[in-house]
Ligand binder design. Sequence first.
Ligand code: BEZ
Length: 220
Amino acid sequence: MALQLGQTAPDFEADTTEGKIRFHEWIGNSWAVLFSHPKDFTPVCTTELGYMAKLQPEFAKRNTKVIGLSVDPTDRHAAWAKDIEETQGHHPNYPMIGDTDLKVSKLYGMLPYEAGETCEGRTAVDNLTVRTVFIIGPDKKVKLLFAYPMTTGRNFDEVLRVLDSLQLTAKHRVATPVNWHQGEDVIIAGAVSDDEAKTIYPNGWKAPKPYLRIVPQPRG
Ligand code: BEZ
């Protein structure tokens, strides 16, 4: 069954380009982004891995660890990394899981149980559902998941934007509106009564409708 928002992200042990890890222990008290790839040396994924390496400092600023996965062995990932650096100008600076036995792909609902237990003989198209992004919180719960088609490169700026929203809304009882970016106005959470809101926001709020109460982004 597919993983759902709010569920605990399955723990696993896996080989990565930076050695063996146990996933939950590796996440520790950070947030994590796990993004997956069907096979090494695939063109769209090549651009994505380079861009993620460029963005890695932005994730680090947000106390977020990045980890990739591809359905191939880690020594192939290392060879691919050279091409990524050469063509994208950035060498992957995060671990990449070598999911040779499809264990993690199946645990995360990216491949069906019937896919078997080896990457050998499988093509990128056989694995095309392994193009997902998961954001996992320090509580190890799944906070966001999405799957992209093989012909569309993912928008990792959007992953950063969602992280900003998740981290803000974990701290303050607010929600963020459409296309929100850091610093823009936010919505008072529905669970906050008007009486409570008056104590939190003594300067009041804009309310084009009683259920849509808008305030500047809380700081801190
Ligand atoms: C890619 O270009 O990254 C890709 C190609 C085939 C299947 C999945 C991804």
